[in-house]
Ligand binder design. Structure first.
Ligand code: BGC
Length: 914
């Protein structure tokens, strides 16, 4: 029997019940679930009310759309009464199905508005007495670390509370505490933005933490991205945004009988600058001294007479915006799987997984010596003698220290640092005690984006590859998409994101994460139109200033917004970003009027870490690197083309014509300048062919010749890969597109170095930065750049979803309103199953080969349609749910592939394989 249609996943601005929005026309969405074939929405009605009673009575005092004929379930723009600061909005939706049958009301959800106007901030920025930013010379020496300040304020509530909401942010990062408890579970709030332009505030409901009578609110502040180390190498790379840590907070208390009370940061607060967190830095680690604890400082009974008055800092002028991306949280706790003692009293715990985060550790009189620290050092790999390998962390110390006295054992963890590690080395424990695995736990931190995808197959190494890619993503979503979590770098490298973007979206719901980061991209854009190579971009002077505008890196400023449109149908992102993208293309164009991108390529990384960077006797020294001008021009054509499409979507017809024409001319120039009549592309590299094909730069008559050159270029490498970050996935997708399935699968499943499986055979639990990060016999690659947790080569995840499972979006009906399912069988795979939870609901694919038969089970979400391509020997033997396939709309049967069009529902196809 058909279950009634269910309305699920009600979201506002991509978030469930968000607090503190600053979008005055927020967008609402939901997902429909039904097992009825072809089920659709024909109309909806949304009610938004200012309180729950009104909502229950169906009284939409803010907005009642009444019945709207529409199949839209996403990005419905709120058009009700004006939304003001701190308002609460409760809403629900009902829909009418394809037969005009009404559904029940959805469950009720809500959002609240944040602090919309600067003048609504009654709070003042407060902190310690002002310090001067050290001069360049001093900064070059070493950062002086100071203890994390504690701030507090006592206040009284004399009536019963109905609700209490706190809005808070910091320059630096904060942990907010009320009556001895941490507020919320956010880590590193307010997270990373360009603090010269924007800082995010967070909103928490703290009703349950407050009580009638005396209360205490307090905060710990730390350097974070604001004042701590950021980016590679030299000691000078810290305090980019400032040195004075500041807190801004306002607490709004509503009392039962209607009166309101406000507690804000101002001169009535006190500060203590000699607390137990002696040093905290993302790269360096944290030092905790228990003797310095101010026991009970965040509670009422504490005597703060020794504390100082805070400084009220009126010099700060900065825009406070709501955080609309999922906060960083501890997303998982893991137990170590092994313990070794490679040298006396040096213990190494193996977490079994390369993670970003830290350790929780039990310490106290049972295992610590008085006044001598217990030290935790973190690393991704071990040296051959079993001791910790930390050379690849460069200047990041990744060291936590605890100075403990004779206390009862308790659990410790750092607050304001994180490490990229699989192994933790612990020293300084009492000797002659038994150390066991239970002593530590690994805390995995990540921006808490929901999982969206899954992949599983008959090949266990391929499954491990998928898991490693996912782990690499988890470890590198730390407010921004970082290149790596371990060394002194951890930057939002744009080149890496533009190749990994689509995979990241399959794995997780990235809509709000990228919405935030795309704003960061705009904040980093230069006046002249260039996007930075990594984002946020904190540099004001020095050698890194040149790290702007590089081909493929800067292009991410066009590509990722476009991916948001394709995957989520997000038109607003395109609207907001269009002028920025245009300025970038115009810049490149103005410097290169002949349309070959020769000039102004900044740091010009090219196809980063391609085969020519591999150090191995068995591997060709040269022949992998695509000439940089070819590389750059191919990206120029691609970005110009995406811009023209954006213009089309926004109805900017003049621009559409102009940029379409520009694209055609760049492509023509590309062919003229770089391609011979025989289809050979300058440099004759795998990468060159992959990019030219993938970006559709070639006229029809050259296509088959170019594909042949690509095949030859792979043969020249004895069936091995020679591509770098920006071309590897494209090579694989193009092999699949042009029918070279066997070569694609051979490369994917190859255990021969360099390959994905090679990393796994060496024990990788995350993706490596380099194909040859570690080679048996030779050892580690360059100590300067050798991360074992870098997602760029994980871009192959897209191949797993789009080619093997076969789940594809349709550019003409973005956001998976229309879905294309086209699995490509190959390798020795006998079965594959997986899913993608799209913005329209969950798309499932499962296929298997049993002898000569092929079975494909697909689930298509309600309110969408799909086109399915199924390999088949003939039409006659094809069935769907055991009935002849004829009952379904057949679009075509060509070259042993039957193509059908279906509506929502579950389908089970069976065919005879050709
Ligand atoms: C980063 C990369 C990045 C590159 C730019 C490296 O240090 O780790 O992932 O894309 O620099 O060339």
């Amino acid at each position: 029997m058909n279950e009634p249609i269910v309305i699920k996943e009600l979201k506002c601005e991509y978030l469930t019940n968000p607090l503190g929005l600053d979008v005055v026309k927020p967008r609402l969405s939901w997902v429909l679930e039904s097992d009825k074939r072809g089920q659709k929405q024909s109309a909806y009605r949304i009610i938004v009310a200012s309180n729950t009673e009104n909502l229950e009575k169906n009284h939409g005092d803010l907005w009642d759309t009444n019945k709207v004929s529409s199949d839209q379930t996403n990005h419905i723009i709120y058009k009700g009464g004006e939304l003001k600061s701190e308002m609460s909005c409760y809403w629900k939706v009902m829909i009418w199905d394809k037969d005009d049958q009404p559904s029940k009301w959805s469950k009720s959800v809500m959002w609240t508005m944040g602090v919309l106007n600067p003048s609504d901030w009654k709070a003042k920025w407060i902190g310690g007495s002002p310090k001067k930013r050290p001069s360049l010379i001093k900064r070059r020496l070493k950062k002086k670390s100071t203890p994390c300040p504690l701030l507090r304020r006592k206040f009284k509530i004399d009536k019963k509370i109905s609700r209490a909401i706190v809005y808070v942010t910091a320059l630096g990062e904060y942990e907010l505490r009320i009556n001895g408890k941490k507020v919320g579970d956010h880590i590193f709030a307010p997270e990373w933005t360009d603090y010269k332009k924007r800082v995010q505030y967070q909103t928490y409901d703290v009703t349950d933490l407050l009580k009638e009578g005396e209360n205490v609110i307090g905060a710990i502040l730390a350097d974070g991205w604001y004042a701590g180390y950021v980016g590679p190498g030299i000691p000078i790379n810290h305090s980019f945004y400032g040195v004075n840590l500041r807190l801004l907070m306002q607490l709004k208390i509503e009392q039962l009988e209607g009166s309101k009370k406000e507690i804000v940061t101002n001169s009535s607060w006190k500060i203590y600058e000699d607390g137990p967190i002696r040093r905290a830095d993302h790269f360096m680690g944290e030092i905790y001294d228990i003797e310095k604890e101010q026991i009970g400082w965040d509670e009422n009974k504490f005597d703060d007479t020794g504390w100082q008055a805070v400084t009220v800092d009126n010099s700060i002028v900065i825009r406070c915006v709501a955080q609309l991306n999922e906060p960083i949280r501890i997303v998982k706790e893991i137990k170590p799987i092994a313990l070794t003692e490679p040298k006396p009293n040096i213990f190494i715990f193996d977490m079994g997984q390369n993670i970003a985060g830290w350790c929780k550790i039990r310490l106290g009189k049972s295992n610590c010596n008085i006044n001598s620290p217990v030290t935790l050092r973190h690393g991704e790999m071990l040296k051959p003698d079993g001791t910790l390998y930390t050379t690849n962390l460069r200047t990041a110390k990744a060291t936590d220290k605890y100075i403990i006295n004779h206390i009862e054992d308790r659990e410790f963890q750092p607050h304001f640092t994180y490490h990229g590690f699989r192994y933790v080395e612990i020293t300084g424990l009492k000797t002659n005690i038994k150390i066991n695995l239970d002593m530590v736990k690994g805390c995995v931190i990540s921006s808490d984006t929901p999982l969206a995808g899954m992949f599983e197959s008959s090949d266990s190494t391929l499954n491990k590859l998928w898991q490693n890619i996912l782990w690499t993503q988890i470890d590198n979503l730390i407010s921004v998409p970082t290149d790596c979590p371990q060394r002194d770098e951890r930057l939002g490298w744009m080149g890496d994101v533009q190749v990994f973007g689509q995979t990241s979206i399959f794995n997780m719901d990235m809509a709000s994460f990228y919405s935030k980061w795309i704003k960061d991209i705009r904040d980093s854009q230069r006046e002249d139109g260039r996007f930075a190579d990594f984002v946020p971009y904190p540099y004001k002077r020095g050698p890194h200033l040149k790290m702007i505008g590089a081909p493929a890196w800067a292009d991410c400023g066009v590509i990722v917004p476009w991916q948001m449109y394709l995957n989520y149908g997000d038109k607003r992102i395109i609207e907001q970003h269009y002028e920025s993208a245009k300025r970038f293309i115009n810049y490149v164009h103005s410097k290169n009027p002949k349309l070959i991108w020769k000039k102004k390529r900044g740091f010009d990384y090219g196809d980063w870490l391609n085969g020519d960077k591999i150090k191995d006797k068995s591997y060709p020294k040269k022949g992998g690197a695509i000439p940089k001008v070819v590389f750059a021009t191919s990206y120029f054509a691609h970005s110009a083309e995406l811009l023209s499409k954006m213009a089309g979507i926004l109805g900017k017809n003049e621009d559409l014509k102009y940029y379409r024409n520009l694209t055609i001319r760049i492509k023509e120039q590309f062919v003229k300048e770089f391609i011979s009549k025989e289809g050979e592309i300058k440099g004759n590299t795998q990468a060159g062919y992959a990019l030219a094909l993938y970006f559709n730069l070639l006229p029809k008559e050259l296509l088959s010749k170019t594909v042949l050159h690509l095949i030859n270029a792979i043969e020249r490498y004895n069936g091995r890969i020679s591509t770098g970050f920006c071309s590897t996935l494209k090579l694989m997708l193009e092999l699949a597109r042009w029918g070279h399935t066997k070569i694609a699968y051979d490369l994917l499943l190859s255990r021969k170095f360099p390959s994905w499986f090679y990393m796994i055979d060496q024990g990788a639990t995350t993706m490596w930065e380099r194909w040859d990060g570690y080679v048996e016999g030779r050892g580690f690659q360059s100590k300067w750049m050798n991360s074992f947790n870098h997602y760029a080569y994980g871009s192959i995840g897209e191949f797993l979803y789009r080619i093997i499972l076969g789940i594809n979006f349709d550019e003409n009906e973005p956001g998976y309103k229309h879905i294309i399912i086209k699995p490509l069988l190959g390798g020795d795979l006998t079965w594959v199953r997986g899913h993608y939870n799209s913005i329209h609901g969950i798309i499932k694919v499962e296929w298997s080969i049993v002898k000569d038969n092929f079975e494909l089970i697909v689930s298509i979400p309600a309110n969408t349609t799909a086109t399915i391509y199924i390999p088949a020997k003939n039409l006659e033997s094809c069935t769907e749910s055991k009935k002849p396939i004829k009952g379904i709309e057949i679009v075509s049967f060509e070259e042993n592939v039957v193509c059908v069009k279906i509506g929502a529902g579950q389908y089970k196809f069976r065919t005879e394989l050709p």
